[in-house]
Structure formats: structure tokens, C-alpha cells
Design a protein around this ligand. Structure first.
Ligand code: SAH
Length: 347
């Protein structure tokens, strides 16, 4: 018989114990889980919450992931891509807002060649005192080398699901192993790496989610994102249910307890799922929020899933409001770059 008290007092959790946590239904027990996650966050990460300003600079994508609205075979989506000048203007806004990490994200858009991205990284690094996170999908190994040399600090590439069979069903027969090779390579050449999953994918089990958390541990990720599935009306998964809020929060909490000093964000998707999603995510042990700086004119076209537009009107998204969410949970807004805590501890 598994016992919540005993599990929450262990330092290492097995897959079965993680599943036990994900299965909790009793509200009091769930609150105990969240409190434990907060304790672990405090011990390993302190009380600072980090802001990352994200620029979604292109919604063109070569991939055809079944769950994603940016997929190449979505012909309904109006595509956009920003110029270097546009991106730099937004980078400046982020830096002026006092945010010290800029996340450059796009679909897999090979129109942005190796040199363009290197040049962009160098210009941003020369002009602003910020860390740069890239989230450009799977690119060439030589490109990762160049971007690392150009000064990029971090790379986000979610493994999406640790279930091999599900992975190839969702990704047009692409292989999970390939994605993991990229993640391991990025880590080996010195990037701080981020991986993670989508919670509530059609066909996914709780065992799969436990494996997602354990895979992030095995990959020795510096950042890990566990974010709810929300259907995109222009994808083959348009009729599938959106992920469960409680399950999403329990996943974040279990991940915090297992991964300890890893940066865990509350994603925009969690905020779309529920008005209080991001506050609840912080209370379940997350320590990062990523305010979107993509300009209004493009934002609605970065439609990974549906509902981002209504989210804006229902859930005001200004930086001030995000800061209020943080302080309402007793968190302190970090003024630093929020580098990997693993490296910090190693120094
Ligand atoms: N092209 C890049 C990143 C862009 S998409 C890459 O491949 O890494 C960023 C993230 O959005 C993806 O990693 C995926 O986890 C998430 N995503 C895509 N479709 C989603 C959906 N329907 N619901 C929730 N998250 C989704």
C-alpha cells in the first residue's frame, strides 16, 4: 500500500510513486502535495520567480505535428515572419522592461538560416544585458554550434512525450530517439537545456506523464515545462478534450518534487486553461513565467492552439498583472538572468 506521507518524505520517487501522486483526488491530499512542492522549490530555488520575455518571430513550420496549429498542413493559418529590425525592437522593449531573458521562438522555419540567427544573437548580446533562449525546433548540429559560439545561452526543445509509440504517431513517424539526440547534443556543447511534455495528449496515460518527468531527470535538464494540451481547431485533434487543470497542477508539483532545482514555468496554455491557472501553477511549485512580447498584429496568428485570442480579453496579460500574480503568491520577482540553478550551485 502506498502512503502519501511516506512518498512526500522521500528524496527519490519511482514511476509508480509519481503515478500515485497524479492519481490523487482528495482535495486535502492534493493541497499537501502542492505544499510539499512549494517547500522543495523554496529549498532548491529560493523564493524568486523568473520572467522570460518571449518573441514568437515566425509561425511558419516545416513540421506536421498532429496536435499543433502551426503544422505545415494547416492552410487556414495566415503566416507571418518578422524582420531582424522588428525582432530587435521587441528585444529592446523586453530589456527596457527590466527582463533579463529573451526567448526567441518560432516554428521550424528554415528560411531563417544559420547566419541570420547567429547575427541576431550577437546583436542582441552586444546591445542588451540579457540571456538568450532559443526555441526553434530541431535544427542542424552545426547550427547549434554556431549559435552557442554566437552567445546563445539556452535551448528549449520539449520531448513532448516520452512514449515512443505515441511520439511517432503524433509526429509523422519521426522518432523520439532523434529528438533526444538533439537534446543531449545541446547539453554537451554547453547550452542550458529545457525539455518537457504536453499533458493530456490523446492516447497518453498517467504512466507516460511519470515517464516524462523521469526523462527530464535523466536528461539532466536545466528547465522543464509541463503544459496542458489545448486543441487547435485547425488540427486533426480539434475534437479532443483539453487537458484537466488539476492533473496539470499535480504534474507540475510532482515534477518539482522529483526535479528539485530545475526551472519550471507556468505556461500561457495553463493561463488559457483557467483564469487562475498561472497563479495556481506557481502555488504548485513552478518558478518561471514567460510574458509574451509578440506584437498584437502577429500574436493571433501564433495559433499553436485555439483560444489565445479570447485569453487576451478575458485575462489581461500586461507585465504589471503578471507581477501581481507573482507577488500574490508570496514570490519575489527576480532581477537577475535566472541561469540554471545547477550551474549556480556548481560554481
Ligand atoms: N517549433 C518549436 C517550438 C514552437 S511550439 C519546437 O518544435 O520546439 C512550442 C510548444 O508548443 C511545443 O513544444 C509544444 O509543446 C507546444 N504545443 C504545440 N501544440 C500544442 C497544443 N495543441 N496544446 C498545448 N501545447 C502545444
Amino acid at each position: 500500500m502506498m502512503n502519501l506521507f511516506l512518498i512526500l518524505n522521500k528524496t527519490e520517487l519511482s514511476k509508480e510513486e509519481i503515478v500515485f501522486l497524479l492519481l490523487l483526488t482528495n482535495e486535502k491530499e492534493i493541497q499537501k502535495l502542492f505544499l510539499k512542492a512549494q517547500e522543495v522549490r523554496k529549498e532548491f530555488c529560493g523564493s524568486e520567480i523568473h520572467l522570460r520575455g518571449i518573441i514568437e518571430f515566425s509561425n511558419y513550420c516545416e513540421q506536421d505535428c498532429l496536435y499543433c496549429g502551426l503544422r505545415i498542413s494547416n492552410f487556414e493559418l495566415q503566416r507571418y515572419c518578422m524582420s531582424k529590425e522588428e525582432i530587435l525592437k521587441i528585444a529592446e522593449q523586453i530589456a527596457n522592461a527590466g527582463i533579463k531573458t529573451i526567448v526567441l521562438q518560432s516554428g521550424e522555419d528554415f528560411e531563417y538560416g544559420c547566419d541570420f540567427i547567429s547575427d541576431l544573437i550577437k546583436t542582441i548580446k552586444n546591445n542588451f544585458d540579457v540571456a538568450i533562449t532559443l526555441s526553434l525546433g530541431e535544427r542542424g548540429y552545426y547550427e547549434y554550434d554556431e549559435w552557442q559560439k554566437a552567445g546563445a545561452d539556452r535551448y528549449l526543445l520539449k520531448h513532448e512525450t516520452a512514449n515512443k509509440n505515441l511520439y511517432s504517431k503524433l509526429h509523422n513517424k519521426q522518432k523520439l530517439e532523434e529528438r533526444l539526440l538533439h537534446l543531449r547534443y545541446l547539453k554537451a556543447i554547453g547550452f542550458q537545456t529545457g525539455s518537457g511534455n504536453i499533458i493530456g495528449l490523446p492516447g497518453q496515460t498517467l504512466e507516460d506523464i511519470a515517464d516524462d518527468i523521469l526523462l527530464c531527470k535523466e536528461l539532466d535538464c536545466d528547465m522543464a515545462s509541463f503544459s496542458p494540451f489545448i486543441s487547435s481547431e485547425h488540427s486533426p485533434f480539434k475534437n479532443f478534450d483539453t487537458a484537466d487543470l488539476k492533473l496539470s497542477l499535480k504534474t507540475i508539483a510532482a515534477a518539482r518534487i522529483v526535479l528539485k532545482d530545475v526551472h519550471i514555468p507556468v505556461t500561457t496554455a495553463l493561463g488559457v486553461l483557467d483564469k487562475n491557472g498561472r497563479k495556481l501553477g506557481l502555488e504548485a511549485g513552478a518558478n518561471v513565467i514567460m510574458p509574451i512580447f509578440t506584437p498584437e498584429i502577429y500574436r493571433k496568428f501564433y495559433e499553436i492552439y485555439s483560444g489565445r485570442e479570447s485569453y487576451k480579453s478575458n485575462h489581461p496579460d500586461s507585465l504589471e498583472e503578471i507581477k501581481m500574480i507573482i507577488t500574490s503568491t508570496g514570490g519575489k520577482i527576480s532581477t537577475g538572468k535566472g541561469d540554471s540553478l545547477k550551474r549556480f550551485l556548481q560554481k
